[in-house]
Design a protein around this ligand. Structure first.
Ligand code: GLU
Length: 418
């Protein structure tokens, strides 16, 4: 057996090639769509709490800006590398296009282990990284947001650092900010709400009643937790398994996600929550459930385990959780896999709302945010479903067809400079 390609950027390029072939795109255009437009790699010193200096490596990749300013999160993780950031920025390009937002795609990351750093160290690292990338970010150029292990506080430091250097407050430079400094209502839950809304639409298509439906969620960070809460509180689903980097918990009877969150806050993990059995992250993925939400990192559903995935619907809360080989296997099994660029597009959609509110200095109610998000992501879902039916392709391919077509149209209209 040939070893499966797990480099996320190679996977991202394969996905483009696949859709390029389907759409019979011009080879030159395909080359454009596979190439990151700008890559900034930065090495910068930070003074640690013990007085020693450490040099950190970070990146910002602006993949494609045909549709508007670049948009995408910043990730803090020990496994960050340039190819991962390239892939994530590429996926942002298709995600913003699919959602119909006036944005290109970008992503940033710093190689670090935030769990082993103090808050003061994280602040100094964030401010110095912001300074290092400040020449290429801005409300009209490139707007960062949270991603894995970054949050509202991180965005507040970025906004402040950028603003201090300009001499006035520039809230529109990042999204995912706390409410008090220009954040939007509903941004914290937005990615998960998108996951739930797209799952709701998929459930309608396959005639699955969400009330009482069983749900397993891999990852209990921002996305995993809010997804569990919304599935449970608003749709009456039974959350039977969740996990984090330390392992997972399972209970056939289901549990209250809020109690699990409190337990995680107290003990540092979901593991050990009373009334549940411990299971591994790998075993969680293979549970017989109605809905499976991978909401952690890339490449967790691969050629190796895809045949053992037992869910009716997989909703990709994470970016890149499924490899192309796994896609094919799941499609053949009849699993409805809602791809990342669709399932988790709610985050960047409400980021867009936040940016619009910042530019207009006019703020919306939570109901408005939720309604507009529902409208945008449900429309995107239906567009993808229609293409899936018409062209008899899997969901990811259908999503890529819609997303890539819009970018291609932008190139057709804008032309190639000069
Ligand atoms: N990091 C999130 C994502 O992967 C959000 C990006 C954004 O809001 O700009 O979609």
């Amino acid at each position: 057996m040939v070893k499966e390609e797990l480099n996320p950027f190679e996977i991202a390029k394969q996905q483009i090639e696949r859709v390029g072939k389907h759409l019979k795109l011009d080879p030159g255009l395909l080359e454009i769509l596979k190439s990151p437009q700008r890559e900034l790699s930065v090495n910068f010193p930070v003074r640690m709490d013990d007085g020693k200096i450490r040099v950190f490596n970070g990146y910002r990749v602006q993949f494609n800006g045909a549709l508007g300013p670049y948009k995408g999160g910043i990730r803090y993780h020990p496994q960050v590398n340039l190819d991962e950031v390239r892939a994530l920025s590429c996926w942002m390009t298709w995600k913003t296009s699919l959602m119909g937002l006036p944005y290109g795609g970008s992503k940033g990351g710093v190689i670090c282990d935030p769990k082993k750093m103090s808050k003061a160290e994280l602040e100094r690292m964030t401010r110095r990284y912001t300074t290092a990338i400040s020449t290429i970010i801005g409300p009209e150029q490139d707007i960062p947001a949270p991603d894995v292990y970054t949050d509202g506080q991180t965005m507040a430091w970025i906004m402040d650092t950028y603003s201090m250097n300009r001499g006035y407050s520039v809230p529109g430079v990042v999204t995912g900010k706390p409410l008090a400094i220009g954040g939007s209502k509903g941004r914290d839950e937005a990615t998960s709400r998108g996951v739930v809304y797209t799952t709701r639409e998929a459930a309608k298509k396959i005639k699955l009643n969400l009330k009482g439906a069983t749900v397993a969620i891999m990852g209990y960070g921002n996305v995993g937790w809010f997804a569990a809460k919304i599935f449970h509180d608003e749709y009456g689903c039974k959350i039977v398994a969740v996990s984090d980097s330390k392992g997972g918990i399972y209970s056939e009877k289901g549990f209250d996600p809020k109690e699990v969150k409190d337990h995680k806050e107290k003990t540092g993990s979901v593991v050990g929550f009373p009334g549940t059995n411990k299971i591994s992250n790998e075993a969680l993925l293979e549970l017989k459930v109605d809905v499976l939400v991978p909401a952690a990192l890339e490449n967790v559903i691969t050629a190796e385990n895809a045949s053992r995935i037992n869910a009716k619907i997989v909703a990709e809360g994470a970016n890149g959780p499924t490899t192309p080989a796994a896609d094919e296997i799941m499609h053949k099994k009849g699993i409805v896999d809602i791809p990342d660029i669709l399932a988790n597009g709610g985050g960047v959609t409400v980021s867009y709302f936040e940016w619009v509110q910042n530019l207009q200095h006019f703020f919306w109610t939570l109901d408005e945010v939720r309604q507009k998000l529902d409208q945008i992501i449900t429309t995107a879902f239906n567009n993808v479903w229609e293409v899936r039916e018409q062209e008899k392709v899997d969901m990811r391919m259908a999503a890529y067809i819609v997303a890539v077509k819009r970018v291609v149209e932008a190139y057709r209209l804008r032309g190639i400079f000069p």
